[in-house]
Ligand binder design. Structure first.
Ligand SMILES: [Fe+2]
Length: 250
């Protein structure tokens, strides 16, 4: 199946001075179909990193050393591309962004591996690479941004990157109580009244916390941005790439 990645560019005023832009993306479950790519084609995230280089070289976006990248998981696609998704090694995508941009911070999706299997040691090894911050229940400072993250989804905790609903919600509450600037998660809150999938318990945990910006994936929403009752903004980047560019004065 051939699909297109929706790439949006938006202007914001609240980026710290160190950066001119942040790229937010997730659920890039595709591969290249360009004839120049030998099968199996490179993962869609690797192509997106290449595309950033082209756009920056033309001046269409800020220089790459002034762009931070936020990944919210599920970056793999089966080599056969006979159906969407599949579970596999996504290190090449993280490294592609880390090699060209200022930093990469993010969480794992339920389909992501960071080596030939789900070993914790592989996750640790990637997290120790320069400019890479893979989060699962903790926070990190990148430039002057405090970013917290929770990998995986609500599910059977005996499987990798899954927590019970109560556990997932309590980690969300703990992380949001620490007042991060960005709170990343793969699974996440629902939106009442819109039938946009997610967890009511996670939304309620966020709504009793200080306002923040939540970035999530895992479930496609037609509208990418919603405000919760406490003014927390929820940005859903499932199958999207959104480049938030700092507004220039005047
Ligand atoms: Fe997922």
């Amino acid at each position: 199946m051939i699909e297109q990645l929706e790439v949006l560019k938006s202007t914001v005023t609240a980026l710290p001075n160190e950066r001119d832009a942040i790229l937010f993306t997730g659920d890039l479950q595709g591969r290249a179909t360009r004839p120049s790519d030998r099968l199996p084609g490179r993962l869609l995230g690797e192509l997106l990193a290449e595309e950033l280089k082209v756009l920056a070289s033309h001046g269409a976006i800020p220089a790459l050393d002034r762009i931070g990248v936020v990944l919210v998981g599920d970056l793999y696609a089966r080599p056969e591309m006979d159906k969407r998704g599949g579970t596999g090694d996504v290190r090449s995508v993280w490294k592609a962004f880390a090699n060209c941009c200022r930093w990469v911070v993010g969480v794992a999706g339920n389909h992501d591996m960071f080596g030939p299997n789900f070993l914790e040691a592989h996750v640790k090894a990637l997290s120790q690479q320069p400019h890479i911050h893979l989060l699962d229940g903790q926070a990190v400072n990148v430039d002057s941004l405090k970013v917290a993250g929770l990998s995986g989804i609500v599910g059977n905790p005996r499987r990798p990157f899954r927590r019970t609903e109560a556990d997932f919600t309590s980690v969300v509450k703990r992380l949001s109580d620490d007042e991060p600037d960005l709170l990343l998660m793969h699974d996440g809150p629902d939106v009442p009244g819109y039938n946009f999938k997610g967890w009511t318990s996670v939304r309620q945990a966020l709504e009793v916390s200080k306002p923040t910006v939540v970035v999530r994936g895992h479930a496609y929403w037609r509208n990418p941005l919603f405000a919760l009752r406490n003014n927390t903004q929820v940005l859903n980047v499932d199958s999207r790439a959104i480049l938030a560019v700092r507004a220039t004065d005047g």
